[in-house]
Design a protein around this ligand. Structure first.
Ligand code: KIV
Length: 266
């Protein structure tokens, strides 16, 4: 199977073939996700919460994102790797935005970057794209703006904010993004945006009328403690299975059952 490219992702919309995207943060899981033929691997700044244990994604730095993106890129042979631009890596100036986005490609081995926002970041998006850096947009619930939103709340529920998100989506397409993540918005709004844009939309908590879906890998695998947000579907109970396996190891050690003959050199 060849490497998935940006034109392949764009073509999916006209072919009507849904896009699968998952996060990965290290080489081990990147290989597993790639082997399962997922289309896009996102090195999400969600690593700030699920890997680093922060309460939000805000503390994540550029150097940390590059470190994780390198590990992921080394494990991927098929999927398109997208690096997530962390808070304050693109907001300050166009120049800083291009330099940081470029690091994901030059040092991280990613093929594209993702950034949160619409009208407020459009000058940075345009400058990156004209520098040859493919950009994936992200509208709706923006985790880096958690304090401004007053929490992780569904966005676009009232007419004014729905119109703002819709206009942001149009502006981002116009600026040249190759795909758009829509997070935490009502399914009707997601359907309208998907039906209007020529580029693919990828939803998370945005209902079924998107051109693709993304989840945080550890949510899907059931590695994180409950409760999960409503939009998550847990496909395996790995956290419970890990705890059970580790408890069995502990008991075996305590009762002298491990190592046995099979695990010993003779
Ligand atoms: O950081 C992340 O993992 C994300 C996805 C959930 C879209 O932005």
């Amino acid at each position: 199977m060849g490497k998935i490219t940006i034109p392949d992702i764009l073509k999916r919309k006209t072919e009507g073939k849904n896009i699968s995207m998952l996060t990965a943060y290290d080489h081990l899981f990147a290989r597993i996700v790639d082997e399962a033929s997922i289309d896009i691997v996102l090195v999400g700044d969600s690593l700030g919460t699920v890997v680093q244990g922060h309460a939000t994604t805000i503390p994540v730095t550029m150097d940390e994102m590059i470190y994780h993106t390198r590990m992921v890129s080394r494990g991927v042979t098929h999927a398109l790797v997208v690096g997530d631009m962390p808070f304050l890596s693109y907001q300050i100036s166009v120049e800083e935005g291009i330099r940081n986005a470029g690091r994901f490609l030059k040092e991280g081995g990613a093929a594209a970057v993702k950034m949160e926002g619409g009208a407020n970041v459009i000058d940075k998006v345009k400058a990156m794209i004209s520098s040859g850096i493919p950009v994936m947009g992200h509208v709706g619930l923006l985790p880096q703006s958690v304090h401004q939103m007053g929490g992780y709340k569904v966005q676009g529920k009232d007419e004014v904010s729905a119109e703002r998100i819709f206009n942001d989506a149009l502006m981002l397409e116009d600026a040249g993004v190759f795909a758009l993540v829509m997070e935490g918005i009502p399914e009707g709004l997601a359907k309208k945006i998907t039906g209007t844009l020529a580029i693919p939309t990828i939803g998370i908590g945005a209902g079924s009328h998107c051109d693709g879906q993304v989840l945080v890998l550890y949510d899907l695998l059931g590695l994180l403690p409950q409760p999960m947000p409503k939009f998550v579907k847990q496909y395996a109970p790995l956290r419970d299975q890990c705890i059970e396996a580790i408890k069995r190891f502990k008991e075996d050690v305590e009762h002298g059952r491990f190592p046995g003959k099979e695990e010993s050199y003779h």
